[in-house]
Design a protein around this ligand. Structure first.
Ligand SMILES: *Cc1c(COP(=O)(O)O)cnc(C)c1O
Length: 384
């Protein structure tokens, strides 16, 4: 390593979208390992975007660095979806509560910079959960404390959480990260977990990542007006089918949103990305139409995987399923991990990519044809 590089980055391992080596060549792939939508944008929308690229966007000009048009569209959508869900009829959000990132990954990093950087404290996560929180914290030399979850329900170990929060021998916990519903385990926050977060003091940032909101229809946005230390993250990468374009947004107290705006890169959203997100907002009803199909497929896929008798399959509130082979009690962790790795590799060799993570298998709900193949291939692999 060259001396100017931070030595702790020498063997640092970042996020890997397709872990486990090379993708099989020459096979049609069912990409069920990153929780994307199985469907591209409808052809009419793609044609519209192409037209924007050729006729409207001036490639020699910087993009709109204010994001005002997109913020306004997001606010309308968020407020409309809050009204549609009975539990959140409180204060409507406004554009000064929004900051838009190049994917919500950018916002995760910005929130860490805004809260924890400069030895201001550590980050608390309950694993298994989305890996980017800890990965990005480590790139910024922010300490991470990891606690566990129930092996049956994946509820956060709140006793461990309380213990580490009051541990004065460590730097203060400055930010807590939860996914609602969690990835990879697909369980929403429980009433007890939400109450614990409600009791957090205002010097602790609470980030509630609602990447899968469109599938779960659960949100805490209605509570934000009472909780200045809470931030909700959303993304266009899942239900809105725009993973290629990289758009996520934070909904926060205006002071928090203003800080995120202050520290972000000035032109973080390319012009085509902004156009794609605006188009998705304008056509949201069409795009969200397939959610019903995905949820139906999820239930069918879960039932058929359970019917193998060889898998534990957890209830899902998102567009993916968490499952495990039925391990015997005396099977040690290394054996379990080896079995999971072997199942993932067996499916991969046939062209089905699923994710071995968090002590189990995370399987994205795909198109009906993909799900059919998942059932066939996984049933066979797990019972042979
Ligand atoms: C997929 C996902 C995201 C989305 O990240 P982007 O950078 O917006 O693509 C964020 N959080 C969680 C928990 C996710 O699973």
């Amino acid at each position: 390593m060259l001396d100017f590089l931070r030595p702790e980055l020498a063997d640092f391992s970042g996020y890997r979208s397709h872990p486990g080596g090379e993708l099989p060549a020459g096979l049609a792939l069912d990409r069920l390992d990153t929780n994307e939508s199985p469907y591209d944008l409808p052809p009419a929308l793609k044609a519209k975007l192409s037209q924007v690229l050729s006729d409207v966007i001036e490639s020699n000009r910087y993009p709109d660095g204010t994001h005002q048009t997109l913020k306004q569209a997001i606010v309308e959508y968020v407020n409309e979806s809050c009204v549609a869900i009975a539990n959140s009829t409180t204060a409507a959000i406004t554009p000064d509560q929004i900051s838009i990132g190049n994917g919500s990954d950018e916002l995760i990093r910005s929130l860490l910079i805004a809260s924890c950087l400069g030895d201001r404290g550590r980050v608390l996560v309950a694993e298994p959960t989305f890996s980017m929180y800890a990965i990005l914290a480590k790139t910024l030399a922010i300490p991470v404390t990891t606690i566990g979850r129930s092996d049956k329900t994946f509820e956060i170990d709140l006793a461990a959480a309380r213990a580490t929060l009051s541990d004065d021998s460590l730097p203060p916990v400055r930010a807590i990260w939860v996914v609602h519903p969690n990835s990879p385990t697909a369980n929403p926050l429980t009433a007890a977990e939400l109450n614990w977060l409600r009791g957090m003091s205002n010097d602790v940032l609470v980030v509630i990542d609602e990447a899968y909101f469109e599938f779960s229809q659960r949100t805490v946005v209605g509570e934000l007006s009472q909780r200045p230390n809470w931030v909700v993250l959303r993304t266009f990468s899942k239900a809105f089918r725009l993973a290629a374009h990289r758009v996520g947004y934070a909904i926060a107290h205006p002071d928090v949103a203003a800080t995120l705006e202050r520290i972000r890169l000035p032109y973080n959203l390319p012009s085509l990305t902004q156009a794609a997100a605006q188009t998705a907002m304008a056509c949201r009803r069409d795009l969200l139409n397939v959610i019903g199909e995905v949820l139906g497929e999820r239930e069918r896929l879960s039932a058929r995987l359970r019917a193998t008798g060889a898998l534990d399959v957890w209830d899902s509130h998102a567009n993916f399923i968490y499952a495990r082979p039925k391990f015997s009690i005396d099977q040690v962790t290394t054996d379990r991990e080896a079995r999971l790795a072997s199942l993932a590799a067996t499916l991969k060799a046939q062209g089905t990519l699923i994710r071995h993570t968090g002590g189990g298998l995370r399987i994205t709900v795909g198109s009906p044809a993909e799900n059919e193949r998942t059932v066939d291939r996984l049933s066979q692999a797990v019972t042979s």
